[in-house]
Write a new protein. Structure first.
Length: 359
């Protein structure tokens, strides 16, 4: 009788030996990097709220993380964090979707002009593409556009310098201007209001749309640097709320599955793309929910530490006793729920919440 193809495999191939009999923080062989990030390689970070942890851990571990829009020296750390200084490689705020990332890159390159870039509330004006970066808004629409012009210049410089782009995919749900296809990180009415007459509608990106977005992202990046690498991860944070009309748990599961499948498709066709399983580490059953805070959404301090330790060890980084998160001078503080704070507009989709982790 022929042997089963499942006989004689490595321990990591079997659920019992790879997951069930291991402690939640002792999963092995989850990540075998396609490429390693050298200390001399310039790293560009972007993505959803969870990407803030990635940025700080990489910087704290001594990688050459790009920070093209640093905080002025006179601004205290707690203020600069609230204004998205030091959260990503530029002050674009949270980039939740592949479409949002693609359009930012195209805008910085001069090939995309967003519709309705200025929204308003209570006589204050907001950058519709990064509405939470300046929480109090601006005094005029002209001030918004001037600040955005400077910001796009910084984004273009950061992308031109990048050897590796690390992007965390967070959501499939987004909001789109029907006439132009411009997408926004928040729905009208969450932080500011769209101009009168703008038709902004719900869009739930599918697998093929996300893959196409990421292909275009790669094309733009390689036009700048032909050897650039793209490292993707999927945020483990569930949706705060869903606009699909269905149950939030079902919508969240579908969203993460679609994102994960899109990454697998892109990896299968391009050797310059890699994936780090932060989603799988936080949500793995061996953790029994302990890698989430009590709100069952925000990654716990332990969860964030385990994720970043696994990533850094795979990159051959020697970790000190403090771990990768505490190693950063700008590490975000613990909130009352035992989770690491990340500034997230998405949590505002639930009007009952005022402070929590985001997607």
């Amino acid at each position: 009788m022929a042997a089963s193809p499942y006989e004689g495999l490595e321990p990591r191939a079997y659920w019992r030996t790879a997951v069930a009999t291991r402690g939640p923080g002792r999963l092995r062989d989850l990540y075998d990097p396609r490429f390693r990030i050298g200390r001399d390689m310039r790293v560009f970070t972007a993505g959803s709220c969870f990407a803030q942890h990635v940025h700080r851990a990489l910087a704290g571990a001594g990688f050459a993380v790009i920070d093209q829009e640093p905080a002025p020296a006179s601004v205290p750390a707690e203020v600069s964090e609230r204004f998205f200084y030091g959260s990503f490689s530029a002050r674009f705020g949270n980039i939740y979707t592949s479409r949002q990332f693609r359009q930012l890159i195209e805008e910085a390159a001069g090939s995309h002009e967003p519709a309705h870039p200025v929204w308003q509330r209570d006589a204050r004006y907001y950058d519709a593409l990064r509405p939470n970066v300046d929480p109090g808004g601006y005094a005029s629409a002209e001030a918004v556009l001037a600040a955005r012009k400077d910001h796009l210049g910084a984004v273009a410089e950061a992308l031109t310098a990048a050897d590796v782009v690390v992007f965390t995919l967070g959501l499939t749900e987004t909001w789109e201007d029907r006439a132009s296809g411009t997408v926004y990180p928040t729905a009208p009415g969450v932080i500011a209001d769209a101009p009168e007459g703008a038709e902004i509608g719900f869009l739930n990106l599918g697998h093929d749309q996300i893959v196409d977005d990421l292909r275009l992202v790669l094309a733009h990046l390689r036009a700048l640097r032909p050897d650039v690498k793209l490292l993707l991860t999927v945020s483990p944070v569930p949706l705060t709320a869903t606009a699909t009309g269905g149950h939030v748990l079902v919508a969240s599961t579908a969203s993460k599955a679609i994102l994960r499948a899109a990454v697998a498709t892109l990896m299968a066709e391009d050797e310059g793309v890699d994936y780090f399983p932060s989603y799988e580490i936080i949500t793995n059953p061996a953790a029994r929910g302990n890698f989430f805070a009590s709100n069952l959404r925000s990654p716990s301090a332990t969860g964030v530490r385990i994720v970043m330790e696994q990533f850094l060890r795979a990159q051959n980084v020697e970790l000190d006793a403090r771990g990768p998160v505490d190693a950063s001078e700008n590490a975000v503080a613990l909130d009352e729920d035992g989770a690491f704070d990340a500034i997230c507009e998405e949590v505002l989709n639930d009007p009952s919440l005022r402070k929590s982790g985001g997607a």
